[in-house]
Design a protein around this ligand. Structure first.
Ligand SMILES: Nc1nc2c(ncn2[C@@H]2O[C@H](COP(=O)(O)OP(=O)(O)OP(=O)(O)O)[C@@H](O)[C@H]2O)c(=O)[nH]1
Length: 445
């Protein structure tokens, strides 16, 4: 509202000045006529002066502006200065008399001049000068002064108008820019909203003061100073706001940067932790000697098979395996050789010869356990015997001597009434049956 108020005020001032300029044009025309009439009055002072007055008359009719008459007026004043002192003076009452028309016109124009505030001082002087006009010389000088005055005021007026237009352009541009900036700020950013509102109210206050101070400004200079000082204040608020905003943004970026670093650090830690947990988990489920799944892994795995049987009716069997006369290997070739046998047998049981869906784990000591998913007992037996053949086929040497390694197995199918323990117990019994039956073979129960 305040902005609208003073903008309207400036536009009014501009209109007034344009009106004044039109008045000046009328004034200029009046001056032209006045000089012609004064020239007519001055006629008869001498041939030289008359010739000049003729030229002045022509010049006045053709000249586009009073400045163009300056040289002629100078010439005229010069010629008049050299006239015979006894030349005929103007009649004493020439200025008071309603006639001749030149004097009346002069009066009218002077009245207009003195009505304009900017002319008051000069108008008074002109009026005084007018009272002194008694002869052609005085007439020419007065005409020159009038021309000067009009030119001077018209130039000053034009300069003022240009200045005012520049000022208005600057004010509108600056405020427009600021308004757009503030609109964007207040709309888009919550964090900066408080600061933005602070700036907004400061700017509004400055605009209010601007309106208040300029309301009473009487001339363009004062108006300009007021506007400039208010704009300077607005600029200062704006810059302070921008520097606070920049600082806030820098702090925010810094915080964001630190947070990103921290998140990266946490992500790395989480990955490391995950890796180590996975390793721990694998270790917990792996037999360290053979690298095979251990008994715990077997227990988890058989729970899954049991679940598949209960959910989808998928049958499965298990096999219990034990290396034959393992104690003898230990006793004959040492515990390390026994360990080597365990490793080699373990690798053979989980190697390429074993079907992919057969799960084999080290159960403990020299015992292994297998889960045969989705097969009946006969198929499980066939696979178990294959495994025994694989072990039998291993070429193991200890102390450069070939050592015969064989394995016996017992197979049991997981029945609906079975538990993990009961099925294992049956497979184990089948294993001992195989042992009793001569080893290196498999039995099923
Ligand atoms: N080297 C080694 N020996 C083990 C390990 N675990 C158990 N043993 C040995 O394995 C042997 C098992 O022997 P037994 O249970 O008597 O049976 P066996 O000699 O295999 O005879 P059968 O099973 O009847 O054929 C024992 O001597 C244990 O000390 C092990 O991790 N490494």
């Amino acid at each position: 509202m305040e902005q609208e108020h003073w903008e309207r005020k400036y536009h009014l001032a501009l209109e007034r000045m344009e009106r004044d300029e039109r008045d000046f044009r009328v004034l200029e025309e009046g001056l032209r006529r006045l000089v012609l009439r004064l020239a007519a009055l001055a006629r008869g002072q001498g041939d030289e002066a008359d010739r000049l007055l003729d030229r002045l008359g022509d010049g006045l009719r053709q000249a586009s502006s009073p400045e163009a008459l300056d040289p002629l007026l100078d010439e005229l004043a010069d010629a008049v200065a050299h006239l015979d002192r006894s030349a005929r003076p103007l009649p004493d009452d020439a200025l008071d008399h309603p006639d001749p028309p030149g004097v009346e016109a002069l009066r009218v124009i002077l009245q207009r001049i003195v009505l304009l505030p900017a002319f008051t001082e000069r108008g008074d002087r002109l009026r005084a000068a007018l009272a002194e006009v008694r002869d052609a010389q005085g007439t020419a000088i007065l005409a020159g002064q009038l021309a000067d005055l009009v030119n001077h005021q018209r130039e000053a007026l034009r300069t003022d108008i240009v200045k005012l237009q520049d000022l208005l352009g600057e004010v509108s541009g600056r405020l427009g820019e600021m308004t757009r900036y503030l609109d964007g700020e207040l709309e888009g950013r919550n964090a900066g909203a408080v600061e933005g509102r602070g700036l907004d109210s400061s700017v509004r206050e400055e605009i209010r003061l601007l309106g208040e101070h300029t309301r009473d400004a009487v001339d363009l200079g004062t108006l300009q100073r007021q506007v400039e000082s208010r704009l300077e204040m607005i600029d200062r608020h704006f810059k302070a706001y921008r520097s606070r905003e920049d600082a806030r943004l820098a702090a925010y970026r810094d915080r964001a940067e630190r947070m990103r670093d921290r998140v990266e650090e946490l992500e790395t830690q989480a990955t490391t932790l995950q890796d180590s947990l996975r390793r721990e988990h694998e270790l917990a489920l792996t037999d360290p000697l053979t690298g095979l799944p251990n008994r715990l892994a077997y227990e988890r795995r058989i729970a899954q098979s049991e679940q598949a049987l209960r959910d989808a009716g998928t049958p499965f069997c298990i096999g219990a395996f034990d290396i034959d006369h393992f104690k003898t290997i230990n006793d004959s070739f040492g515990h390390a050789a026994g360990d080597a046998v365990l490793r080699i047998v373990g690798q053979a049981l989980t190697g390429r010869a074993t079907p992919r869906d057969v799960f084999v784990a080290r159960y403990g000591g020299e015992e292994f356990v297998a889960i045969f998913d989705a097969v009946d007992q006969a198929e499980a037996m066939r696979i178990a015997e294959d495994l025994c053949r694989i072990v039998e086929g291993l070429a193991f040497h200890a102390k450069s001597r070939p050592v015969k390694v064989t394995m016996s197995g017992g197979v049991a199918r997981f029945d609906a009434t079975d538990t993990v323990d009961s099925v294992f117990e049956r497979a184990d019994r089948a294993l001992y049956t195989a042992k009793r039956a001569g080893r290196n073979r498999c039995e099923a129960l």
